[in-house]
Design a protein around this ligand. Structure first.
Ligand code: 6GU
Length: 224
């Protein structure tokens, strides 16, 4: 998979992709993440990328030309399965959406800023609009990082234990069960006996039951 992220604050994203699982995923060749600075595609020598909104109102709008030039430079090199615009008025990100996106080959993610992008970018180039929740961030970069992380960890080979993504919260509309590690007794707080029993089938049953209990009490909406 290849993910191209278009941003006017590319530095915000650099360190996020340079560590931990996302770094290993790139080093292992499971994903290529390329970050692009909209300013590199500006049409004038002042490298302007935003302007006042027609009709007035507070806030600057990202112009169509630099973004169009960037997207066209990318699509002239390879074809893309989706051009995703990260925006609070997009479709709300859910695990199911992430699972579907993880099956694609090449994705562009466009990060908005200020009052957003000129509507013509959305009309002419964007194929999918995604929000990461009902709150407003100052830019789409964190949202692109969240979406990328959720996708990349699902790519086959990225996680050490291939089964571990399958047991994530939400993969079966259930929250994950509690987990424990050593010591078995911390200041009198003991690990549930069943987990020390070595009885695999019973442990599986216990985990499923704990998942159900947790989901019922914390997220009953998931059981509907
Ligand atoms: Cl994708 N962008 C911004 N700026 N704020 C958000 C968001 C995206 N999703 C939730 N809030």
């Amino acid at each position: 998979m290849r993910i191209d992220i278009i941003s006017c604050v590319p530095n915000l994203l650099d360190s996020f992709f340079a560590h931990s699982i996302l770094k290993r995923a790139q080093q292992g060749g499971f994903v290529e993440v390329v970050i692009h600075d909209i300013r590199d595609y500006a049409v004038n020598k002042h490298r302007t990328i935003d302007d006042y909104a027609f009709g007035g109102g507070a806030g600057m709008v990202l112009q169509v030309e630099p973004i169009a030039r960037c997207i066209r430079a990318l699509t002239s090199e390879r074809s893309y399965d989706e051009v995703i615009y990260l925006t609070p008025d997009g479709e709300q990100m859910q695990q199911k959406m992430v699972n579907q996106l993880s099956l694609l080959g090449n994705i562009i993610m466009l990060c908005g800023h200020y009052k957003g992008v000129d509507q013509r970018v959305r009309d002419m180039f964007v194929t999918k609009e995604v929000s990461i929740g009902d709150y407003v961030l100052s830019g789409g970069e964190l949202a692109a990082a969240v979406l990328s992380d959720a996708i990349i960890r699902l790519l086959p080979g990225v996680l050490n234990d291939e089964t571990s993504a399958l047991t994530d919260s939400f993969q079966d509309n259930l929250l994950a069960p509690p987990v424990y590690t050593r010591p078995a007794d911390f200041e009198g707080n003991k690990v549930p006996e069943i987990l020390l029993s070595g009885h695999e089938a019973k442990i599986e049953d216990w985990r499923h039951e704990q998942s159900l209990l947790r989901t019922k009490s914390r997220r009953p909406d998931l059981l509907q």
